[in-house]
Design a protein around this ligand. Structure first.
Ligand code: SAM
Length: 290
């Protein structure tokens, strides 16, 4: 049987891939990890442990999956590229606590999967995400309000900066507000571009979102996120212009909303704190309607 410890060895990867006639798909964000220290760290810091079920997104040839299976009670890994299935059956054949699902992560009903596969276990999510879907995946994991403890994932360095930025700081965007609403985010460690095959053009980082048990209550959550998405698409404008432009209300009305919320109309959206965003939403609902 193949020694699965070698799945981060470029020579081993090349041999497996060429035997299966596999070529990398840029479109699917296929950059496989070849730095042997990264996957054990993701698994250990990402709650792959007894008593935990782990969902992995995008196993590739199974280098991280293997580390997860060695530590967690059970692992379900979701891979879109069906060409990888025969490879995974080979590289991970020794694991009895693994289920491989061939699906698009954005289409999977994760609530159902968790209740069917992980009864009685705590659940964590670990991934080296395909970068083209970082934001939609992160948003899906948060907005679905899954019964999970943590999301531990590799993302591009710049995405890490945005996802982990404090609300009210220069790097904050709409996704920062959403991440902060549902979780506490932190950067765990940096990973250089040379840690992947093929090597991407940018460096990466592993981040962890610890899901809040009690989310801070926005009185009207739907409206809150509509306003946040709206004003952050115009983040370089003043909050006055961004609010009026994105919510399609007059500047006079936007001014009234901001003054009722006690927010300076000359601020940029990225300068607003979570509290100010909540107040803005409440004032908008009262004065301009939901
Ligand atoms: N985990 C492996 C590693 O670290 O070497 C591979 C990571 S690679 C960056 C991303 C993986 O996600 C690839 O295997 C790719 O085929 C898969 N993938 C891409 N889009 C996907 C989707 N929508 N749903 C599930 N998997 C996807």
């Amino acid at each position: 049987m193949r020694n699965v410890q070698n799945l981060s060895d470029p020579a081993v990867i090349k041999e497996i891939l060429s035997r299966h006639g596999f070529t990398f798909s840029k479109k699917l964000g296929q950059n496989f990890l070849i730095n042997p220290s990264v996957c054990p760290r993701i698994a250990e810091m990402g709650n792959a442990a007894p008593g935990f079920g782990v969902i992995e997104i995008g196993p590739g040839i199974g280098v991280l999956t293997n580390e997860l299976c060695l530590r967690a009670e059970k692992v379900v890994t979701i891979e879109l590229d069906r060409r990888l299935l025969p490879i995974l059956s080979e590289t991970l054949s020794e694991h009895r606590n693994l289920k491989i699902v061939n699906a698009d992560i954005l289409e999977v009903d994760l609530k159902k999967l968790i209740s069917e596969e992980f009864g009685g276990l705590k659940v964590a999510i670990c991934a080296n995400l395909p970068y083209y879907i970082t934001s939609p995946v992160v948003m899906k994991l948060l907005e679905d309000r899954l019964p999970i403890e943590t999301v531990t994932t590799m993302v591009q360095s710049e995405a890490a900066q945005r996802l982990c930025a404090p609300v009210g700081s220069r790097n904050a965007g709409a996704v920062t507000v959403a991440v902060n609403y549902y979780s506490e985010a932190r950067r765990l460690f940096n990973v250089s571009r040379g840690s992947f095959m093929p090597s991407p053009k940018v460096d990466s980082a592993v981040i962890q979102l610890s899901i809040r048990k009690n989310t801070p209550e926005a009185a009207n959550e739907k409206l809150f996120f509509r306003i946040v998405r709206g004003i952050f698409t115009q983040r370089r404008k003043t909050v006055l212009n961004a609010l009026s432009g994105s919510m399609n209300i007059s500047k006079t009305d936007a001014e009234r909303v901001l003054s009722a919320a006690g927010t300076e109309s000359s601020l940029r959206p990225e300068q607003l704190s979570m509290e100010q965003l909540f107040e803005l939403c409440e004032a908008y609902e009262k004065l301009a309607g939901g």
